[in-house]
Design a protein around this ligand. Structure first.
Ligand code: NAD
Length: 255
């Protein structure tokens, strides 16, 4: 097997392809030979990812804007993947949007929006992809979070923690149901990954000290360091891995 092209000929859907981890994953999947199917509600970021993959010689289509909390849009993405590449081998449920507030001030809308855009979105895309994954004995990789496992000081992540805890638990259930079809389902739980939304932590001395100090590596992770684990879980190298969660957090959960 060519270890650098583990995903050759495999059709991999990446949700939230215009974001930080989504873009790094599209580039990684393409470099490993995949047919990449991007999709994102935000058109500009998705178009930029498409351009970068194509510039690198990769194979990709992108469906944007596509709001994946709408099941008709999920169906549209699956149909586009089947039309372009004949099926779906991998669904990487990465796209999400969280809204943050503490228990004493959070309103109903903030709670429901977060559950919808972090948890429902994974359910809707996975249900839409399922018949195709059954045909290919495919793989699901979901993005949970350190927030599914532990409270993060200074982060008003009540709804976010609940949604990501849901993703973590749903992944185990998907693995159990998928076993009849040769479908594997796993998740990654990133710690703090350096993105446009987290970089401000570094500007706050106290938050930076607390946050980075929790990681054995004493730094934020990079989107590419999540993408490499996702590519492993999506590939046949992980053929005996299902129902698992891989911490990509620089060691936070281990001390
Ligand atoms: N950055 C971190 O520190 C960190 C830590 C733990 C988990 N995560 C998770 O990693 C994943 C990617 O996060 P990121 O840091 O790359 O964020 P990001 O904001 O850069 O990317 C998320 C992408 O998802 C898209 N998206 C959001 N809602 C959508 C919808 N309804 N339909 C379609 N697309 C939608 C956004 O437009 C965006 O491009 C998320 O699931 C996030 O919760 C991130």
């Amino acid at each position: 097997m060519d270890l650098t092209r583990r995903l050759a000929g495999r059709t991999c859907i990446v949700t939230g392809s215009g974001g930080s981890i989504g873009r790094a994953s599209c580039l990684r999947f393409a470099a490993e030979g995949a047919n990449v199917v991007g999709c994102d509600i935000a058109a500009a970021g998705a178009a930029e990812t498409l351009a970068q993959v194509e510039a690198g010689g990769g194979t990709m289509i992108s469906i944007h804007p596509a709001d994946l909390t709408d099941k008709a849009q999920c169906a549209r993405v699956i149909a586009a993947a089947v039309e372009a590449f004949g099926g779906v081998d991998v669904i990487f449920n990465n796209g999400a949007m969280a809204y943050f507030d503490w228990i004493d001030t959070i309103d109903d809308e903030t709670w429901h929006k977060t559950i919808n855009q972090e948890l429902d979105i994974v359910f809707l895309m996975t249900r839409a992809a399922w018949p195709e994954l059954v045909k290919t004995r495919g793989a699901i990789v979901n993005v949970a979070s350190l927030s599914a496992w532990a409270g993060i000081e200074r982060l008003p992540g009540l709804a976010h923690a609940a949604a990501k805890g849901g993703v973590l638990a749903m992944t185990r259930q998907l693995a159990m149901e998928g076993r009849h079809h040769g479908i594997r389902a796993n998740s990654v739980s990133p710690g703090t990954i350096e993105t446009n939304q987290t970089r401000m932590i570094l500007d706050d001395a106290e938050w930076s000290r607390v946050q980075l100090g929790r990681a054995m590596m004493n730094r934020m992770g990079q989107p590419e360091e999540v993408a490499s684990v996702v590519a492993f879980l999506a590939s046949a190298d992980a053929s005996y891995v299902t129902g698992a969660d891989v911490a990509v957090d620089g060691g936070v959960r281990a001390w």
